[in-house]
Ligand binder design. Sequence first.
Ligand SMILES: Cc1ncc(C[n+]2csc(CCOP(=O)(O)OP(=O)(O)O)c2C)c(N)n1
Length: 369
Amino acid sequence: MIFHSTSSKPILIAGNGVRSAGAQGLLIEFARKTDIPVLTSMNAVDLIQDDLKLGFIGTHGNRVANMIVAECDFVISVGARLGLRQVGRNSETFAPNASIVRADIDEFELARSVRDDEEKHLVDAKDFLGQLLAEDIPKYTEWKNKCFAAKDILASYDNEVGNRVIRKISDLLPDNPIVAVDVGQHECWSAQSLHLKGDEGRILIAGGYGSMGCGLPFAIGASIARGGETTFCIVGDGGLQMNIQEFEAIVREKLPVKILVVNNRVLGKISETQHSNHDDRFAQTTAESGYSVPNFEKVASAYGIKAATLSSYEQLDDYVEWLRDAEPCLIDIMLPSDTSLVPKVDWAAGVMKPRIGDDVIEEVRKTLA
Ligand SMILES: Cc1ncc(C[n+]2csc(CCOP(=O)(O)OP(=O)(O)O)c2C)c(N)n1
């Protein structure tokens, strides 16, 4: 028996190992059969979407997901490393009230312990989820509903403009889309706020590797692999400039790649750090400090890709047809330059910043009690 039947607030944390093992179907079956809330790692955000989505955990994870981890009493981790960005330096503060079971195919990941008394299973995620599904686990509908109620309470927090852009894009995407994202603030906004309709969509993300420039090639490769299907690419102005020459491949191969530039005209992930940790000593990240952005509409048009520049993401409604037709396009969405990425876990202090009101934290805790 893997499942601890004495648990009243269990969660399952799924990592990308679940997809590598070809076990996404089993994961969704488990979530629907048991109503146990499923959270993910950043690399695995697309595994759990639509009506099951609560979010991903870790440094830039969804606030509600991290709060659920803090309140739960049993963690089953499958195919997730539970690395530094997920559990913090002092892993005692991770899921402090929970017993932990970890399933991983990589013995070296399991060699590192999150907690002294955790249970470890060196096993393929598909076999492990198969075993769990065969166990007689009660339904945790009430607990799941509490988690979604907590999500509702927190819905008005952490709504940065970047999150609102991504939510708008989500609204306009077809069911089960293939979305490639690049690296930076927009990557984290996408992991937090892209909400895909259907269980089969993909979010292709570099995660911890952080290889700027990957988004466009991901979208091109995915389109080719699917026989010329439409793919979407959410990319920052910095990442797009790393592989902008691939516009040529899109045109030559006639691929319906829809490029959505989240354009703050700064290398936002780094300029934000220079702002908050280095007293605004910007270097090669802003217009004033040695970074610039071309007119992407003109560049795309020069390659023969239809393109538009939007002064606000709200204008996206006027381009729904562009997202649906069989041609490539580029939509350059302007944001302010002082964008920020929240929340962020301050691992040393064991809190999420920015802090929200103690009354709200208390309300969430009571809801999850
Ligand atoms: C090849 C490469 N160079 C540098 C970095 C460091 N880095 C991470 S995010 C980032 C800025 C990304 O800027 P942009 O594409 O405009 O996206 P934003 O953060 O503004 O959303 C940089 C320079 C990296 N991850 N990869």
